[in-house]
Design a protein around this ligand. Structure first.
Ligand code: FES
Length: 267
């Protein structure tokens, strides 16, 4: 069991296990800190800077990024100082400049007191540059199908050479973590497409479910499950089963229910 660390957040005494971040400690104490690039299933990267807090006590006084700052005994944290609010408002205004109609961003901005932006670019982009899609694809799936290109306000996420990706395995994890729907996955008949910004970045033929025969998963995806989840355990993936059939797992033989757990816990 990890040691408990004692700190103060906005004047409130908080206890958190050693190794947790200030953001996690605040959130378990019911204190809201805005975040954009944070996702509980991914390693924090600290890139959006919305979750900044002011610290003192156990650390040199200053601004820290709460999603990567570990708790320390005696740490004093403030989450809503004038300086922090000003910084966050600027970040949100810059993001809104490119995504002025993005509902998720507008909701977060409103919560931080921002209703409009001085930096409108005329763009209407749903990608808010949180980078979760790049990280899940790289760190959890190991496919490296998405990457950042360009700098400053030209920075964007795309595939290698902005072409149909040869590395994408069609798992749809990027679409799953995307908070705004800027990346979408669409299955029609026996074809799966992954889109970003209206452009198809990957296209697959779906393999049929071994139980019901419905096309449901790309071959590359099933191969990845075989490699990542089955092989290390000395198991062999023989038949692939779709999520609907998995829900009926109580009527299935044990080997199939085992597959269901593996398939949806690749990351
Ligand atoms: Fe911490 Fe983005 S949530 S930097």
């Amino acid at each position: 069991m990890r040691d408990l660390i004692h700190l103060t957040i906005n004047g409130k005494d908080v206890e958190a296990p050693a190794g947790t971040t200030v953001l996690e400690a605040a959130s378990s104490a019911g204190i809201f800190i805005p975040t954009l690039c944070y996702h509980e299933a991914l390693e924090p990267e600290g890139s959006c800077r919305l979750c900044i807090v002011e610290v003192s006590g156990a650390l040199r006084p200053g601004i820290r990024v709460s999603c990567i700052q570990e708790v320390k005994e005696g740490l004093v944290v403030e989450t809503e100082t004038e300086r922090l609010q000003k910084n966050r408002r600027l970040i949100l205004e810059l993001l809104l400049g490119r995504s002025p109609y993005c509902k998720e961003l507008l909701d977060l901005a409103a919560r931080c007191g921002v209703v409009t932006s001085r930096f409108l670019t005329g763009e209407n982009d749903d990608c808010i540059r949180c980078g979760k899609c790049v990280r899940v694809c790289r760190d959890k799936i190991g496919a490296y199908a998405l990457c950042w290109v360009n700098r400053g306000n030209q920075r964007k996420i795309t595939t290698d050479f902005e072409r149909l990706s040869e590395y994408c395995i069609g798992c749809g994890s990027c679409a799953q973590v995307c908070p705004t729907g800027a990346i979408r996955m669409e299955d029609r008949g026996n074809e799966r497409k992954i889109f970003t910004w209206g452009q198809v970045i990957a296209r697959f033929t779906l393999e049929p479910c071994a139980q019901c025969g419905r096309p449901f998963a790309p071959k590359k995806y099933l191969e990845r499950i075989r490699e990542k989840a089955y092989k290390p355990k000395g198991l062999e993936l023989v038949d692939a089963v779709c999520p609907e059939c998995i829900k009926k797992k109580e009527t299935m033989p044990p080997a199939v229910t085992d597959l269901s757990r593996m398939q949806f816990k690749v990351w």
